[in-house]
Design a protein around this ligand. Structure first.
Ligand code: NAD
Length: 278
C-alpha cells in the first residue's frame, strides 16, 4: 500500500499499517520528509523496545516494511492508497487525479481528510466510486476510532472493505455519510471555538483552560489538544466546516488561531503553539 503525506498522521498510519503486516510505501512532496518520518519511527520503536512494549525483532521487521519513495511513479503496483496531505480540497483532488494516471483501476483510494467533502474530492476522478474517507484520530497508534466516510459516489463495497480493514488494524470503525466535519469534528468544533473565544476575551491563560477541562474529566484540555493537532490543520478544518455550512456563524474561525497560523506557531510540530516545546 501507499501512504501519501509523511506528517503527523501519515507517519502514524504507516506505523499501524506496517504493524498489521503491510508493506508501506511512504511519499511526501517535501524532499527528505518521508525518510525523516521513517527515522522518527525508528526512534519511537527504540523507545517502545526499551519500555518492553515491543520486541526488538518486531520493531526491526515493522520498520523494514516501511519504504520511503521519492516519486509516486514507484507506487504503480499498490492496491490501496491512504492520503494524509494538507487539509485543502484542491491539493487532495490534484493528488488523486495524478495517482489515477499511475495506479491500477481497482486500487482503492482513501482520504484521511478531517472535514472536506468526500463527494467533492472524488469529483473529476475517472473512478469516483473507489474513493472513500478513512478518518483516523491523533495519535493514530493509540486512538481506536476510524470514521469510514462515504461520499455520494462511493461504492458500498469500497466502504465495506475499508471498514473491515480498519478492524483488521485493531481499530473501531464507524460508518458516516460525508457531511461537513463528519461526526467527531462537527461535534468538536464548538469545543475549540469556545476555548478560542475565551482566549480572545483574555478570560484566562491557555494553561488555566486546560487545567479546568482536565479537572472536569477531559483527557486533554482544548489548547494542548489544538497544539497536538496542529493549528494550521485545526484552522483549515474550521474554515472548511464554516464554508460548507454556508458561513453559519456557529463555525466562524478564530482570529486568535489565525494569528498563530500566520506566525508559524503551529503547535508541537513547529516547536511552539500555545506552549513552547523547544
Ligand atoms: P502535517 O502538516 O503534519 O503533514 C502533512 C504532510 O503532507 C506534510 O509533510 C506535507 O509536506 C505533505 N504534503 C502536503 N501536500 C502534499 C502533496 N500534494 N503531496 C504529498 N505530500 C504533501 O498534517 P497532518 O496533521 O498529518 O494532517 C494530514 C491530513 O490528516 C489532513 O487532511 C488532516 O485534516 C488530517 N487529520 C489530521 C489530524 C490531526 O490531529 N493532525 C487528525 C485527523 C486527520
Amino acid at each position: 500500500m501507499l501512504v501519501v503525506g509523511a506528517g503527523i498522521m501519515g507517519v502514524g498510519i504507516a506505523q499501524v499499517a506496517a504493524q498489521a503486516g503491510h508493506t508501506v510505501l511512504l511519499f511526501d512532496a517535501r524532499d527528505g520528509a518521508a525518510e525523516q518520518a521513517r527515522e522518527k519511527l525508528a526512534k519511537t520503536f527504540e523507545g517502545l523496545v526499551a519500555k518492553g512494549k515491543l520486541s526488538a525483532d518486531d520493531a526491526a521487521q515493522t520498520l523494514s516494511r516501511i519504504e520511503p519513495i521519492a516519486s509516486l511513479d514507484a507506487a504503480a503496483g499498490v492496491r490501496l492508497v491512504v492520503e494524509a496531505i494538507v487539509e485543502k480540497l484542491d491539493a487532495k483532488r490534484g493528488l488523486f487525479q495524478q495517482l489515477e494516471a499511475i495506479i491500477a483501476t481497482d486500487c482503492v483510494l482513501a482520504s484521511n481528510t478531517s472535514s472536506i467533502s468526500v463527494t467533492a474530492i472524488a469529483n473529476g476522478l475517472q473512478h469516483p466510486q473507489r474513493l472513500v474517507g478513512m478518518h483516523f484520530f491523533n495519535p493514530v497508534p493509540l486512538m481506536k476510532l476510524v470514521e469510514v466516510v462515504s461520499g455520494l459516489q462511493t461504492a458500498a463495497a469500497v466502504a465495506a472493505a475499508i471498514f473491515d480493514l480498519s478492524k483488521d488494524w485493531g481499530k473501531v470503525p464507524v460508518s458516516a455519510r460525508s457531511t461537513p466535519g463528519f461526526i467527531v469534528n462537527r461535534i468538536a468544533r464548538p469545543y475549540y471555538a469556545e476555548a478560542l473565544a475565551l482566549l480572545q476575551e483574555q478570560a484566562a491563560a491557555p494553561a488555566v483552560l486546560d487545567a479546568c477541562l482536565r479537572a472536569a474529566g477531559f483527557r486533554m484540555g482544548p489548547c494542548e489538544l489544538m497544539d497536538l493537532i496542529g493549528h494550521d490543520t485545526n484552522f483549515s478544518v474550521t474554515q472548511s466546516v464554516f464554508e460548507a455550512n454556508f458561513y453559519d456563524k456557529r463555525y466562524v474561525p478564530s482570529l486568535v488561531q489565525r494569528e498563530l497560523v500566520d506566525g508559524g506557531l503551529l503547535g508541537r510540530k513547529s516547536g511552539r503553539g500555545f506552549y513552547d516545546y523547544a
